[in-house]
Design a protein around this ligand. Structure first.
Ligand code: UDX
Length: 442
């Protein structure tokens, strides 16, 4: 006998829009609130503002059930019991720290609304924030008789719906005492479906909950940079990092996942989160505790340099004016997200060196045209490959991974490929006449 909860989701970006639709899918009444009228109009019309498998269907279903609405007017959330804060915490320009102004503004507006309504409410922070933020914001929430819970979100782009409906774990950062217990009960109603399915729910203090998120992302980023550092050693010794990763991954204390060496991590989360964590740790006087994270960031960025260097090596003087096909623009497959995308960075740098770069991507071209209009693009991989002097596989979309090297060789001018994700079979590509260059592979 689940309780249907009236919910508002403040901030309808990636996290918020998916969260709102998923909560409505679970049967709750949800209003999504965002300041951007274009985004709200799109969502209300059932148009997903980003590429995410399964999301358009879920959004359509939730809208037609009548349980999901969207608005730019927070007042429409006046009768809500639970407010989820899903606003962004981007990297501050010129700094490593996170910009918390959206979180702060959202908390203030919600507190004012709750004060005016005089109802019991729970404010649930989902945004990724520096440790200490919840403790700083809690008094603002408590002053209006509401309770703050910090409930970090671990969703991966490309699997956002699945990760929201079936997360590995749910973490509540709670205040001590009766208020915390009452708020927890209300949030348990929201997640009743997940709890019924035995998804582990951990209750912690605020600081631990905030740290679970940044520690998890730091660990993942470290794992990727670890294997990319090994790729650098492999490059100097003739070893093969893909075999190395396979072999160390068989030890289940290490595990196979997140050991894919290549051009490194990007996106809206890992790079900014490790930088914000470093900045916060420095504020706390723990400069040394996060020294390794500064290295993780540097190793990650060096892999992009490596691709540019390989292009220079292989093309030499001919780089100026050479046609370079970049396969993939998104920071990873199944996404059209270009934030901190290694693919875009590499394409832009090669163009800056005088190459005639053409980028293709199955999902991200509309966004690429808007955000990086100087990069030429091709709808189809074949058009990008035509007359290329160099091919750079930058995002491992399936269609690039399964490409026939013989067909591809017929299209290009010079069959040279840099496999930025180590997803092609070097022997096959070489047999088809290609000069194959992997990262950390002989
Ligand atoms: C990440 C975390 O996985 C997620 O839990 C958190 O909530 C948000 O940040 P996401 O940014 O969607 O999710 O992508 P993820 O799948 O983690 O990949 C991040 C980047 O690492 C991508 O650029 C990907 O290409 C790269 N990567 C991943 C590697 O280079 N090698 C790997 O082995 C794995």
């Amino acid at each position: 006998y689940g309780v249907l909860v009236r919910i508002a989701v403040i901030g309808c970006g990636y996290l918020g829009a998916v969260h709102a639709a998923c909560m409505a899918d679970l049967g709750h009444d949800v209003v999504g609130v965002d300041l951007d009228p274009g985004r709200i109009a799109a969502l209300a019309a059932g148009r997903a503002p980003f590429h995410e498998p399964g999301f358009p269907e879920l959004l359509g279903r939730a809208l037609s059930s009548g349980r999901l609405t969207f608005t730019t007017d927070l007042e429409e959330a006046a009768r809500v019991r639970v407010f989820f804060l899903c606003v962004g915490t981007p990297q501050l320009p010129g700094s490593n720290a996170a910009d918390l102004s959206f979180v702060d503004d959202a908390v203030r507006s919600v507190a004012a609304l709750v004060a005016a309504s005089g109802r019991t409410a729970v404010v649930v922070g989902k945004s990724t924030v520096p440790v200490g933020t919840a403790a700083r914001l809690a008094p603002l929430v408590e002053a209006v008789g509401a309770t703050l819970i910090w409930n970090p979100e671990f969703l991966r782009e490309g699997y956002a719906v699945r990760d929201t409906l079936t997360p590995n774990r749910i973490v509540y950062g709670l205040p001590d005492g009766e208020d915390g217990a009452a708020a927890q009960e209300i949030l348990d109603d929201v997640y009743a479906d997940q709890l019924r399915r035995q998804i582990p729910r951990l209750t912690t203090d605020y600081a631990t909950a905030e740290l679970v998120k940044v520690a998890a992302n730091s660990f993942l980023a470290t794992k990727i940079s670890f294997i990319n550092a090994m790729a650098e050693i492999c490059e100097l010794t003739g070893a093969d990092v893909t075999q190395l990763a396979g072999a160390i991954g068989m030890d289940d204390r290490i595990g196979k996942k997140f050991l894919q060496a290549g051009i490194g991590f990007g996106g809206g989360c890992l790079p900014k989160d490790i930088r914000a964590f470093t900045a916060r740790a420095e504020e706390l006087g723990a400069h040394e505790s996060v020294g390794f994270l500064r290295e993780v960031d540097k190793i990650n960025l060096r892999r992009r340099d490596r691709v540019v260097d390989l292009a220079k090596q292989v093309l030499g003087e001919r780089l100026v004016g050479a046609r370079v096909a970049v396969l993939g623009a998104a920071f990873k497959p199944h996404s059209d997200d270009l934030r901190d995308s290694p693919a875009v960075d590499i394409a832009t740098r090669l163009q800056g060196l005088g190459a005639d770069v053409v980028v293709t991507d199955p999902a991200a071209l509309p966004l690429l045209a808007r955000l990086h209009p100087a990069l030429s693009q091709a709808e189809q991989a074949e058009d990008a490959l035509r007359d290329a002097d160099l091919v750079v596989l930058a995002t491992e979309w399936r269609e690039y991974v399964v490409m026939d090297p013989y067909d591809a060789a017929e299209l290009v001018r010079t069959p040279v490929v840099i496999d930025g994700r180590n997803v092609l079979n070097p022997a096959r590509w070489r047999r088809a006449g290609w000069t194959y260059l992997g990262l950390g592979r002989p």
